[in-house]
Design a protein around this ligand. Structure first.
Ligand code: HSE
Length: 400
């Protein structure tokens, strides 16, 4: 029998225990052994809970128990998750996590410690919830030079944008619903400002390059400024508005950003709605692939953690290797990237806008506004034009 412990009995942690026991038989068959949860660490007690007797409050009980070989870290945040993870790995206990904040901040260090101690640090659930993407990047896509990753990587914001587009619902109202469904981070700012997606694309880009992409270097723009009027324009253009996380390899470097983007209805990402996430990967040999599934929520995310637990169980005493070292990857300056922009200004500012943008495609929805899609221009030029015009009502990147 293989003994595991779960750190943090919140949405994901309780889901992990549920998946392990509800799918016990199939897990046993595929691992070749029983997996038991010996301890659940949480500050709280859970009177009446089915697994109440497993709850402990002291991490040392888990750390000092030689029977525990796998630890699921579903606490979130970096404190005390970093210390707990490090101590477990130093004891040779494998750690499986859903904690993208910790992976993005300390991934290479924890992977190194795991390797030195013949155990593993696995993080399938840290990106895309239930979507298998980390393992495919590390195995099936290993022969590829990945050229581009374009993802919808945050379930909360995709849920909000979908409801705003379909129902004209207000941002605040839908955010509350997403929180009630257990999709949102403890601090919803991480979702709506694009930081959560930023950490996830930093992790994917690190796996794509083998070097470390620092989250602090990733340009992030959230969805708080998107209004229902923007969706009306998007509809008129047969486009949707999605929060995209994009990592792109060019001759002069790799650019990484998170930003609301207008994408055409024919793009596969356009139909990714509600809490679903998708990661669209372009390899230089395999071409385009899309990984799709629930990007947040209890059981979907827990299933990904348990897939890691099973891999650790099958490889006890050895290390599942990743190529991700601590050398920092210097990203291409976003200001030098070129793209089209969707822009709305007051009708009175039309001439000012046309003095900057030379080749625009006008989109007519409201008579008191002048709205258009620009020619392909550099981000730096766009920022200057925006300043020159002064009162830009809305500006959204266009991705084809
Ligand atoms: N808050 C995250 C999301 C959870 O909404 O996608 C999964 O990482």
């Amino acid at each position: 029998m293989i003994q595991a412990a779960v750190l943090g009995y919140g949405t994901v942690g309780s889901g992990v225990v549920e998946v392990i026991y509800d799918n016990k038989e199939v897990i046993k068959e595929r691992v070749g052994d029983d997996i038991e949860v010996k301890y659940i660490l949480d500050l709280r007690d859970f009177p009446g809970d089915k697994y109440e007797s497993k709850v402990v409050h002291d991490f040392n009980v888990i750390l000092e128990d030689p029977e525990v070989s796998i630890v699921c870290e579903t606490m979130g945040g970096t404190k005390p998750a970093y210390d707990f993870t490090k101590s477990a790995l130093l004891k040779g206990k494998s750690v499986c996590t859903s904690n993208k904040e910790l992976v993005a901040a300390h991934g290479p260090e924890l992977l190194k410690i795991a390797k030195e101690n013949n155990c593993s640090y696995l993080f399938e659930a840290s990106v895309g919830g239930g979507i298998p993407i980390i393992r495919p990047m590390n195995t099936a896509l290993a022969p590829e030079n990945i050229q581009k990753i374009k993802g919808i990587l945050n379930g909360t914001t995709n849920y909000i944008l979908t409801k705003m587009a379909k129902e004209g619902a207000s941002f605040e109202e839908v955010l509350k619903e997403a929180q009630d469904k257990g999709y949102a981070e403890r601090n919803p700012e991480a979702d709506v400002e694009g930081h959560d997606a930023g950490r996830k694309i930093a992790i994917l880009t690190s796996l794509m390059t083998g070097k470390t992409v620092s989250f602090d270097d990733v340009y992030t723009e959230g969805i708080t400024k998107i209004t229902t009027k923007d969706f009306e324009y998007a509809k008129a253009m047969n486009r949707s508005i999605k929060l995209l996380a994009v990592s792109e390899r060019a001759n002069d470097g790799i650019s990484v950003m998170v930003s609301p983007c207008m994408i055409g209805a024919e793009h596969a990402l356009s139909g990714v709605n509600d809490v679903f996430n998708a990661v669209y990967v372009t390899g230089n040999m395999v071409g385009d692939l899309m990984f799709y599934g629930k990007g947040a929520g209890k059981l979907a995310t827990a299933s990904a953690v348990v897939s890691d637990v099973m891999e650790c169980a099958k490889t006890l005493g050895s290390n599942v290797a990743f190529v991700w070292n601590d050398e920092k990857l210097t990203l291409k300056d976003l200001a030098t990237c070129t793209r089209k922009f969707f822009v709305r200004v007051a009708a009175a500012d039309k001439e000012k806008a046309l003095a900057c943008f030379k080749n625009v495609e006008e989109i007519k929805v409201y008579d008191d506004e002048f709205a258009f899609v620009s020619e392909e221009i550099k981000e730096a030029d766009f920022a200057n034009y925006k300043k020159e015009i002064g009162n830009v009502i809305s500006a959204i990147r266009v991705e084809d």
